[in-house]
Design a protein around this ligand. Structure first.
Ligand code: COA
Length: 373
């Protein structure tokens, strides 16, 4: 079995940012319009009036201040509240492929690698733009990579599950190096008319190069010491969109065909599961929790991350121990923990241990122990 490293990471950040105030203004305009339009039915008790959203609530409940998006205008238009992403000809690269390629080029550059050094592409993300052909195969073609490509979806945990799949392929000698990418247009599946969740997501793409340790030459190497995955079925985060929808007309356009969650239950269920999994994983590798210099956690909710690190460390984590990017990116699903890793790794001294961890729908949890070279 070959030893395996992460030798480069990349990030694509979309060009537009939406602040909480901008998002709330659009939402509240929609709410006022809805309540005016349905005033009679609301007065008769036939309909519930909608409540306004608030920036103060969003920041306090989640830690999110703004989010990057691929389209701002369509989301903020109170008549639309959906990003406008025009269809493209099949002769052009798709938008997920394009984002993935941006992130991948940076990861390749940091790894000191070219397309010719890569033997496989894994696109691991929550929201694939089509059923087939696999976006990974399109990314492969766009970058000129030989070998194989496939898509996989484990919701917000896709990147850690993708890392394990990539590491396995390299360890077993099936590939010299794998490009694992996480293009996420979360705003495509977010219901911007739902007060409970309209603020949660943003868009981004991340990329990671995984290769044989004995062949890696980059200055950004981390040993993949070990990975550990866990899934446990739950309906608390769900999206029922799919190709069977057309066979059940009664469900078309219903709210469950976009992201829905029981946020409070998710918070309560997932935090202890994540702390336990990471704790167990470290113990199995004889690494005291106190030796971990950095936790690159999934970026969904600041309070969740504070609780998880408190459970692990028995004290509040210092800001540098569990870096936060969700304040400006919001939840970018699988990309979140990789954005934190990408932006907050260069300052670590050689030998430092870190844990990259994701968690989300499924439930699904991934923990990857890394050691800086
Ligand atoms: C979604 C989340 C931020 C909501 O925070 P919360 O503290 O649980 O908030 P609740 O939904 O319980 O709502 C608390 C109150 O705020 C209100 N509220 C909800 N959304 C609001 C908004 N946008 N603006 C103002 N008030 C709001 C609720 O109506 C409720 O009021 P009440 O106490 O009078 O009933 C939080 O539950 C969360 O992040 N959970 C984890 C989700 C997660 O990680 N999911 C993974 C996705 S992949």
């Amino acid at each position: 079995m070959h030893k395996v490293v992460i030798s480069g990471t990349g990030l694509y950040t979309p060009p537009f940012s939406i602040s909480n105030d901008e998002l709330v203004e659009s939402f509240n305009t929609y709410v006022r319009h809805y309540n005016d339009q349905h005033a009679e039915a609301i007065a008769k008790g036939e309909l519930h009036a909608l409540s306004e959203s608030s920036s103060g609530f969003i920041e306090k409940a989640s830690g999110i201040k703004s989010r990057f998006v691929v389209d701002k205008q369509g989301i903020l238009d109170p008549q639309r509240m959906v990003p406008r992403i025009p269809e493209r000809s099949n002769d052009d690269w798709g938008i997920l492929c394009e984002m993935a390629v941006h992130a991948a080029r940076q990861a390749l550059q940091r790894a000191g690698r070219s397309a010719a050094d890569i033997d496989g592409v894994i696109v691991a993300c929550s929201n694939l733009q089509r059923a087939y052909p696999a976006v990974a195969i399109e990314v492969q073609a766009a970058l000129g990579i030989q070998g194989f490509g496939f898509d996989m979806n484990v919701a917000c945990s896709s990147a850690t599950f993708g890392l394990q799949a990539a590491a396995n392929a390299v360890q077993l000698g099936q590939a010299r190096a794998i490009l694992m990418v996480n293009p996420e247009i979360c705003t495509g599946h977010l219901n911007f008319r739902d007060r409970d969740s309209h603020f949660i997501f943003g868009d981004a793409a991340t990329a990671v190069i995984v290769e044989r340790a004995d062949q890696a030459t980059s200055s950004y190497q981390f040993d993949i010491v070990s990975s550990k995955l866990l899934t446990q079925f739950s309906n608390n985060i769900r999206n029922n969109f799919g190709f069977l929808n057309r066979a059940a007309e009664e469900g078309i356009g219903q709210r469950d065909k976009l992201f829905v969650q029981e946020g409070r239950k998710v918070f309560k269920d997932v935090c202890p599961m994540v702390a336990e999994l990471i704790g167990e994983h470290l113990a199995q590798n004889d690494i005291p929790v106190g030796d971990v210099k950095r936790f690159w956690l999934h970026q969904a909710n600041l309070n969740m991350n504070l609780l998880i690190t408190r459970k692990l460390l028995g004290r509040d984590a210092e800001a540098h121990e569990a870096p936060v990017i969700l304040d400006t990116y919001a939840n970018t699903s699988s990309a979140g923990s990789v954005i934190a890793f990408h932006k907050h790794q260069d300052d670590l001294p050689a030998g430092s241990i870190g844990v990259l961890s994701s968690f989300g729908a499924g439930y699904s949890i991934g923990s990857v122990i890394l050691r800086k070279r």
